[in-house]
Design a protein around this ligand. Structure first.
Ligand SMILES: NC(=O)c1ccc[n+]([C@@H]2O[C@H](COP(=O)([O-])OP(=O)(O)OC[C@H]3O[C@@H](n4cnc5c(N)ncnc54)[C@H](OP(=O)(O)O)[C@@H]3O)[C@@H](O)[C@H]2O)c1
Length: 438
């Protein structure tokens, strides 16, 4: 990396993101060169699928099916790992560092599950890794946490960072259609994978919030400690009842820093209808951060797709080019050194939406209210609908702040009452109040 006249890049993986990156580098070449302080030259691309080469204009660019050639190519300063997965991708990233190359990647699964090894190796070889595309597609949240809002201590993140789930929940809310129906449609439109488990069970959002929390809360995160709940069990009725009581349902990824411990989780969450995140619809993503002093900052945009993510990776190459001329010492210690304990979910405190299906008879409400009171849970609002022909009806409660362990115990007891006809359901509620004061 002695020649500082340009940044020479090798791309491995020319699928959705890789092709978006190539197109972005070609279309915006002059602007990118201006912002990078030097041209960014695409030297070689590798993909095991040769069809990918014919979909792009690769005149003057070397093509190969062998990723190793990119790693060994002495002309190349920076490798873009865009194949995905945690196997070969991991070898590519580590080998690139060992070969003296910087890395850009959009691979959240790799960073969330092999953070310590990846970041320690980067430091060991004095290399840099940039990963804007790994969280929120085209949204520049990583560079913001390091730079734009890097002077603030972010203590809370609430994020919509899985477009598939947001698409499904939006359609359920706006069109009153059930989960299965909308999922099928999302698969047809390419918004959901054939096997959607990874998205709808919260794993994808979990990888992303693990990365954000490591930076914001300055702590290593073991991905296994991220509490994950997906949206498979959400019904249109839940969404409708919540809406009537003033709340919108989203799959939220949440990180909270209490200094001595953190809270990092992904689950369906009711948020006030008037909160900005409630108007993030469809495949769009948004990350809402809060920091004492600074207050709230929200970034909104396209969370996936070839050109949005390609833009994010290209912006990482701009950073890599700047690194060539002004190389600060590398420190990724937050990703492995300190491990703040992650709070047990039983000990978190919050508000809850509780739904019970009960027999339509006198005294039911008193029975449930009594059990909630016994567990220190007070109700902020309540809703009951007409009983159907089967003589049962749902009762919905929104609670004030309560300990989650108490809520679960109360629901276990409620479930055992004869008048209760189905396992009660609970959904967490976040009021997302802006912290402005130090
Ligand atoms: N798609 C998005 O919108 C998006 C958004 C944000 C982040 N990301 C992340 O970006 C990364 C890439 O995702 P993608 O959607 O672009 O994946 P993709 O469309 O499947 O592209 C990956 C490409 O790499 C090729 N490949 C696989 N193994 C290879 C190897 N050993 N050597 C060379 N080429 C290899 C694949 O070929 P085959 O198809 O023949 O396997 C494919 O052409 C993932 O980490 C993903 O999580 C994606």
């Amino acid at each position: 990396m002695t020649d500082k006249s340009s940044l020479r890049v090798g791309v491995i993986g020319l699928g959705t993101v890789g092709s978006g990156l190539v197109r972005t580098l070609q279309r915006n070449r002059d602007r990118i060169a201006r912002n990078a302080g030097m041209p960014i030259d695409l030297v070689a691309v590798a993909d095991i699928n040769p069809d990918t080469f014919s979909r792009l204009d690769l005149a003057g660019i070397e093509t190969t099916s062998d990723a190793g050639r990119i790693i060994r190519d002495e002309r190349i300063d920076c490798v873009a790992e865009l194949i995905g997965g945690t196997g070969i991708a991991r070898d590519i990233v580590l080998d690139a560092f060992r070969a003296g190359k910087d890395v850009v990647t959009a691979n959240k699964a790799l960073l969330a599950t092999h953070a310590e090894e990846i970041f320690r190796t980067a430091e060991q070889y004095h290399r840099k890794i940039h990963f804007e595309g790994a969280v929120g597609g085209g949204i520049p949240i990583i560079q913001s946490l390091y730079g734009g809002i890097g002077a603030a201590t972010v203590t809370q993140i609430h994020a919509i960072i899985n477009g598939t789930c947001n698409y499904i929940l939006t359609a359920m809310e706006k069109q009153g259609r059930n989960f299965r129906d909308v999922l099928k449609e999302a698969q047809k439109l390419g918004y959901a994978e054939v096997d959607p488990t990874f998205d709808i069970e919260g794993h994808d959002a979990g990888h992303k919030i693990a990365i954000l929390a490591s930076i914001a809360c300055n702590t290593a995160i073991d991905f296994k400690d991220v509490h994950l709940e997906g949206i498979r069990d959400i019904t249109v009725d839940d969404i409708k009842f919540g809406k009537e009581l003033g709340y919108t349902l989203k799959l939220l990824a949440i990180a909270k820093d209490y200094q001595d411990s953190i809270d990092v989780r992904v689950h369906p969450t009711f948020i006030p209808n008037e909160n900005l995140l409630a108007s993030v619809h469809g495949v769009h993503n948004a990350v809402y951060t809060c920091a004492p002093g600074l207050g709230a900052v929200m970034l909104y945009g396209r969370g996936a797709g070839d050109l949005p993510t390609g833009n994010a990776v290209a912006s990482d190459l701009i950073q890599a080019a700047r690194d060539k001329t002004a190389r600060q010492p590398v420190s990724y210690r937050n990703f492995y050194e300190k491990r703040k304990p992650v709070r047990d979910m039983a000990n978190i405190e919050g508000s809850y939406y509780l739904r019970c299906i009960v027999a339509d008879q006198a005294g039911v409400l008193a029975t449930i209210s009594h059990i909630l009171g016994e567990h220190n849970i007070s109700v902020s609002s309540m809703m009951q609908t007409e009983a159907g022909k089967d003589g049962v009806c749902p009762i919905v409660f929104m609670t004030h702040n309560a300990r989650e362990g108490n809520v679960k115990k109360a629901l276990d007891k409620i479930a055992r009452q004869d008048v209760v006809k189905a396992r009660p359901k609970f959904i967490r509620l976040e009021r997302i109040e802006e912290v402005t004061q130090f």
